[in-house]
Design a protein around this ligand. Sequence first.
Ligand SMILES: *Cc1c(COP(=O)(O)O)cnc(C)c1O
Length: 364
Amino acid sequence: MNTYKLLTPGPLTTTTTVKQEMLLDRCTWEDDYKEITQKIRTQLLELAHVTEEQYTTVLMQGSGSFVVESVLTTAIAKEDKVLIVTNGAYGKRIVQMAQYIGLNYVEYSVAYDEYPVESELNCLLEVDPSITHIAMVHCETTTGMLNPIEMIAAVAKAHNKTLIIDAMSSFGGIDINVAELGIDYLVSSANKCIQGVPGFGFVIAKLEKLLTCEGNARSLSLDLYDQWKEMNKDGKWRYTSPTHVVAAFAKAVEELLAEGGIPARCARYQRNNELLRQRLAQVDMHAYISIEKQSPIITTFLFPYKAFNFADFYAFIKERGYVIYPGKLTDVDTFRIGNIGEIYEEDIIELCDIVEDYMKAVAV
Ligand SMILES: *Cc1c(COP(=O)(O)O)cnc(C)c1O
């Protein structure tokens, strides 16, 4: 068996104990299985700093994109209009979903290395009062940028708009006070900072909003309202649930709490990320975005020189036990390294040593 660690932003490296949970075949209608679902739903509310009176958790089968699409098709009605803020490929994916669903939308697009500008957002909202919703990605996994959710949340609140946040690659790794920010729908998935395996995602939804969404969905399978209604009865999923993935996720949440919760995990990611950027800067590999915009999740690095052979670099590193990630930018040559998952300082040190060895080898 080839063993290597994933330095990718999900799927990522998981613990042996999380993987071991998947050795048992569970039955979807047994009480003990339904209780796992209900426990996860409650724990996710706690991690998001929200109460059961105001918020609910809906789990949804599929990868993260399925879950974003389920929110868009359910929360945004025919007569509504969404303002989509984009500065990366995942924001653009929201636009693509809006087109497929046939939503009324406007895109506010900024450069991939820039933040959205508050005054421009205010202006867009004032000019077009038919906008009802705002959607934005928190950590843009394309670049590693951490978008300013406090600012967006304040703008949404001031203009009384429903706020949808794709926190796929940040929730669990960065503390987000969903209640305080007043986020209406926050989306994330099992295989990112909670450190589970891929197969489902989840939505922390404001009840008052979700309750108005019956009949909105243009997709049966992705109807978030129906999914919630069924799941909320007793924890039984509408349609087959990914039992192995759910069991692994329950273990992953337990391990997150044992680590010290989100603040402790965030500190580990932050240390890994800083060390990675410091060490790689010494071999002329620099981050694409400026430091104050950098998330502790994933870093996009510019090629150290023009003729840099990424395929060769990738293979060299993989042979030595780590898998990195290609870039996703079209105008500049980049590659990405994620530092989330079961990754510790010794892994980052080892990786940086391998990168240094490569750079020495190509220099001769
Ligand atoms: C991972 C990710 C998604 C979902 O991608 P899938 O490939 O569908 O899991 C969506 N948004 C962001 C910001 C992501 O990092």
